[in-house]
Design a binder for this molecule. Sequence first.
Ligand code: ADP
Length: 334
Amino acid sequence: MAAAGAQGRKRILKEEDMTKVEFETSEEVDVTPTFDTMGLREDLLRGIYAYGFEKPSAIQQRAIKQIIKGRDVIAQSQSGTGKTATFCVSVLQCLDIQVRETQALILAPTRELAGQIQKVLLALGDYMNVQCHACIGGTNVGEDIRKLDYGQHVVAGTPGRVFDMIRRRSLRTRAIKMLVLDEADEMLNKGFKEQIYDVYRYLPPATQVVLISATLPHEILEMTNKFMTDPIRILVKRDELTLEGIKQFFVAVEREEWKFDTLCDLYDTLTIINYDLPNNRELYIHRIGRSGRYGRKGVAINFVKNDDIRILRDIEQYYSTQIDEMPMNVADLI
Ligand code: ADP
């Protein structure tokens, strides 16, 4: 009786814990600041630099190492922070190119996304002789079968078509080592959940699972217990995006209608953009963070009407940054 009671309590506590648990980065996650020190294969490293990447982004500095170690990984960071490249680099690193069988399967919620992933894989793997196939609905089934028969190291696809190919035995799963779920929040919502489980059931039991998402609601996090083993969690928060290296100016415009003409003038000399100030502070860094990411220098110019000055000063204070009025010789300064 006592034992049963204790067990019952334990179960209840576990459920409570899950709803209260904050998604945080696991303790063992460390930062690898360069691609050179990630222990990547030479031909992949060459592809990364040839693609124009110089330095890994925050999520790449943390997640690639854990994925290539073979751990199940849940990685969360905002869109545009380099998540796709994170798992593409990791997948490429784990391939045995001599073996022309599917070793990694990437599932994405849309055909476009699956196509983009395939392109990134092919670009980063340009020196590796890698075969990657986008297995997506709306395309010719016969062509899919032919490509898969030829042998593909990596398949990136939408769950429906991928499952179809698995069932027809065109996509053989026995050599698959890694399953990546991109945009996992979308993927594991009601519409896709069953299809993902269908695919998952065909994969070898030891398959490593990597879950990538910009947001991770609790329902999704709870679900991960079902198909992940002691996953490493990696979260890159807003604070780690930085305004360092981005010069910020404002241009006072008296009237809304003048913003456009002023923009046209600016375009003659510069590449830039904040046409309207954003409605909240997080959006500000999200927008201008794009201009200076990955150590590149960026410039953000905000068009400010009289009543916007207050918002601008609030942003300045919030991010402890400085936004000056744009000087006439701005082109010389940047
Ligand atoms: P996410 O998947 O988080 O939305 P992506 O991987 O698509 O982000 O990356 C966003 C953009 O940044 C892409 O254009 C990509 O080529 C570029 N990018 C990713 N990682 C790097 C890097 N380390 N250095 C330079 N550019 C990068």
